[in-house]
Design a protein around this ligand. Structure first.
Ligand code: COA
Length: 157
């Protein structure tokens, strides 16, 4: 992965619009870049395949967004990007990473659970959906010190 720039926003937004139920806008990505959040893209041969956005706050961080292009899903890219964002957080001496996910998002929930995130709460009716609203599941991953290797793919699943 490499740092996202303003030049990446078109490609990232194209993926976002295709894969997210309620996608971020162009302005959301530009705001994330201008606030100095950790914004990364995964690129292969000039093709943008995925992206992730992490918001650091003191010694904690929130994973605000992660997406993989529809044609690239289920190949391990989401897990690899998530591991990289956790590595970045550890390098910045953060103690934990939070995120919120729709309770209906089985793919993301499975990814997070198998990458060391645990559920710490539920916000009832937090997200809009076609039938009105749905719950947000709040999850957290406690980070080991920067010198301790993260569990590898498949461990502890
Ligand atoms: C969630 C997302 C990022 C996962 O990316 P991915 O590259 O497809 O995921 P990976 O191939 O790394 O899979 C990692 C794990 O996630 C889970 N997973 C991924 N896709 C899944 C699916 N369609 N159904 C069930 N579990 C799934 C599995 O546990 C998988 O591990 P396994 O392959 O060993 O079974 C991707 O599906 C996506 O972009 N979704 C739309 C955007 C989104 O929902 N973002 C998260 C918002 S909180």
């Amino acid at each position: 992965m490499r740092a996202m720039t303003l030049n990446d926003v078109d490609a990232v937004l194209g993926i976002e619009l295709a894969v997210q139920v309620y996608p971020w806008t162009r302005g959301n990505f530009i705001d994330a870049l201008s606030h100095g959040y950790v914004c990364r893209v995964d690129e292969d041969g000039g093709e943008t395949r995925g992206y992730a956005v992490l918001m650091p706050v003191l010694d904690e961080a929130e994973l605000l967004n992660i997406g993989v292009a529809a044609g690239q899903q289920r190949k391990g890219l989401g897990r690899a990007m998530l591991h990289e964002m956790l590595d970045v957080a550890r390098e910045k001496n953060m103690r934990r990473v939070f995120l919120e996910v729709r309770s209906s998002n089985a793919a993301a929930l499975a990814l997070y659970r198998s990458t060391g995130f645990g559920e710490i709460g539920v916000r009832r009716g937090y997200y809009q959906n076609a039938s009105g609203s749905e719950d947000a599941v709040t999850m957290a991953c406690e980070l080991p010190s920067p010198l301790t290797p993260l569990p590898q793919v498949g461990e502890g699943n």
